[in-house]
Design a protein. Structure first.
Length: 348
């Protein structure tokens, strides 16, 4: 079996497991009062080149929903892409934890939202209009849920529209490492310097073990968020083990090393697909995900060959590369696609 189902299916990086073992000695104050959690604040502040508040949480869903719940009132509206994870895959956790916050969908290419469509959507609700929910925030997914990456100028254009209306900006960074690796920019440039107020910082998909985090750039958000997290059961009692994972994740650039590895393997597959005109990409391959339109018979044949992947629809397959996916596995997928697509054309 060669597993392309998800970057969630893979193993944790050995360095992260070693960090857990190192943290497993003596006693430490619970609920974040330990030295690892204090160190986490300093290390992430260094990483982002500004003072931040970091809250480890169990899942990306918790990070997204609770960060957005902290940004506005229960009658608020959060604008996002139609394919955003908060809209398609989290059972309306944002609405639940936000006590009724509504998601509004904004058009854009390859899982992004566009600045102009956002401006049009905001123009449809006048400030103080009592019969409508009020715009509160915009959520951007970086990299997107179709594997594309927002460029810095695209984020700044969206931020300009949002800030003009007084909205906060949230970034779903489940694959933030892959985006930073792709763009070659600093984490600061991709977040607070582009007017992002709070982000969900993903680790699990990129070699992490058991936690992600919320990173807060706007201090006014942090106090309310801390209460939301406690109420939602997202404050770890033995917080040192969560914090130790996140420190190890960014230590010595490990997070970017792993992201570059998964991006490179995806790019290798994409390059191979250029030689296969029958294979049509739904979106450009800019991170570690590949969305490919294929005949059902070809998908059946790939599965019979031992390839595991996710069927999004009857004709759309998703392949996700992990940090430990090998070049040989990538070449094997391209060879199998060449063989089965050729057979499908011959049958037609």
């Amino acid at each position: 079996m060669i597993d392309y189902r998800s970057d969630n299916t893979g193993r944790a990086a050995p360095q992260i497991l070693e960090a857990l073992i190192r943290a497993n000695h003596g006693t430490a104050l619970g609920y974040g009062g330990d030295q690892w959690t204090a160190s986490l604040q300093l290390r992430f502040s260094e990483l982002f080149e500004t003072s931040v508040s970091v809250f480890p949480v169990a899942t990306g869903t918790a990070a997204n929903a609770l960060a957005l719940a902290a940004l506005g009132p229960s009658w608020g509206i959060v604008y996002c892409s139609e394919v955003a994870h908060i809209n398609t895959s989290e059972a309306n956790a944002t609405g639940f934890f936000g006590s009724g916050i509504k998601l509004a969908l904004v058009a854009g290419e390859h899982g992004k939202i566009g600045a102009d469509p956002l401006a049009e959507a905001l123009a449809g609700i006048s400030p103080g209009q009592l019969h409508r929910g009020q715009p509160t925030a915009v959520s951007l997914t970086e990299a997107t849920d179709l594997g594309a990456v927002y460029r810095l100028d695209e984020i700044r254009a969206i931020a300009e529209v949002a800030k003009r209306r007084g909205l906060k900006l949230h970034m779903d960074g489940a694959r933030f490492a892959n985006a930073v690796a792709r763009l070659g920019c600093s984490p600061a440039d991709l977040t607070w310097r582009a007017d992002i107020d709070v982000m969900s910082f993903g680790a699990t998909k990129n070699g992490g073990a058991l936690c992600d985090a919320i990173v807060v750039f706007s201090p006014s958000i942090a106090d309310g968020l801390a209460v939301q997290l406690r109420r939602a059961g997202q404050v770890w009692s033995k917080m040192r083990f969560a914090s130790a994972q996140l420190i190890a994740y960014i230590e010595d650039g490990l997070w970017l090393e792993m992201a570059r590895a998964s991006n490179a393997v995806a790019a290798r597959i994409a390059a191979g697909l250029c030689e296969l005109p029958a294979a049509r990409l739904l979106a450009p391959v800019e991170a570690n995900e590949i969305f490919l339109e294929l005949p059902g018979a070809v998908m059946d044949a790939l599965e019979a060959d031992g390839f595991q992947f996710y069927r999004r629809t009857k004709t759309l397959a998703r392949f996700v590369c992990r940090f430990d996916t090998t070049e040989a596995e990538a070449d094997g997928l391209v060879a199998a696609l060449r063989r089965h697509l050729g057979a499908a054309r011959a049958a037609d």
